[in-house]
Write a protein that binds this ligand. Structure first.
Ligand code: NDP
Length: 261
């Protein structure tokens, strides 16, 4: 077993790290000693989270504004990260958005946004870090997919397509990098207690259910009978980044209370 500060001296980039699951992941990696760079569109939550992490764990924690779906923005943000904190050894592609809408009402804009943020964003950020990882023969890439990358759900075709794509990308890149000291894995959360799950509950309330019925409908699909906690997703990510997981690559690991197997 590795000791508590097993990521000392490594830089981890966490996209969407200002809040929700990404904030918990950044915290778990910092607790293991990693320096942290957060990327996202909205500056204030990232600034708060970076300051909190630096104070709590004594690591360097920076942030850069970035729209992961926009190639120029991604190039700029990673350039800034390299200039200010160095070359990332860990990338967690966590930034994501969901849309709960019937297929026949899915507009081209919604489709493009789902693919753009969830799938193309993962592609663009990975392109930024992979050349240096290959040169160093070392690296960890963890893509936050979803149970929606492993099965279908009604009213989420575009999101499901994007997350299935993330898992395909993960598996293919894992094959390409397996002999290079790099692992590439996906973590697939079930409904997790963040703003994204709260908005899924609000959608059901807007469609006529009570708040209690909506919350029950969401947790009913989960054998564990409750939402996943962001920290539970984060600890799977931290383990995948640890030396103990050096032989684990190309996996899609569900943290979903038994919903998929
Ligand atoms: P939140 O909505 O709480 O957070 C999403 C994060 O992604 C925010 O930090 C947001 O920052 C960032 N983000 C969104 N769009 C972009 C963009 N275009 N560019 C850069 N950053 C962006 O969601 P969660 O924490 O719940 O979700 C995190 C990941 O987990 C997502 O990939 C999601 O699909 C996945 N997931 C979540 C589940 C859940 O039930 N919560 C279940 C399964 C998977 P900002 O707005 O500042 O850009």
């Amino acid at each position: 077993m590795t000791d508590g500060r097993f990521l000392e001296g490594q830089l981890a980039v966490v996209t969407g790290g200002g809040r929700g699951i990404g904030a918990a992941i950044a915290e778990a990696l910092a607790a293991a000693g990693a320096s942290i760079a957060l990327l996202g569109r909205d500056k204030p939550p990232m600034e708060r989270q970076a300051n909190a992490i630096a104070a709590a764990y004594g690591v360097t924690a920076k942030f850069a504004t970035c729209d992961v779906a926009d190639e120029a923005s991604v190039t700029r943000a990673f350039g800034l990260v390299r200039e200010t904190v160095g070359e990332p050894r860990i990338l967690v592609n966590n930034a994501g958005q969901s849309a709960g809408v019937a297929f026949t009402e899915t507009t081209r804009d919604t489709w493009d946004r789902m693919i753009g943020v969830n799938l193309t964003g993962t592609f663009l950020c990975t392109q930024q870090v992979l050349p240096a990882m290959l040169k160093a023969n070392a690296g960890r890439i963890v893509n936050i997919a979803s149970t929606a990358g492993l099965k279908g759900y009604s009213h989420t075709a575009a999101y499901c397509a994007a997350k299935h794509g993330v898992i395909g990308l993960t598996r293919a890149l894992a094959m390409e990098t397996a002999k290079k000291g790099i692992t590439v894995n996906a973590v697939c959360p079930g409904y997790t207690d963040t703003e994204m799950a709260a908005s899924a509950i609000r959608n059901l309330v807007d469609a006529g259910r009570t708040e209690e019925e909506a919350a029950k409908a969401i947790t009913r699909v989960m054998p564990i009978g409750r939402l996943i906690r962001p920290e539970e997703v984060a600890s799977a990510v931290a383990w995948l980044c640890s030396p103990d997981a050096a032989a684990v690559t190309g996996q899609a690991i569900a943290v979903a209370g038994g919903e998929v197997m």
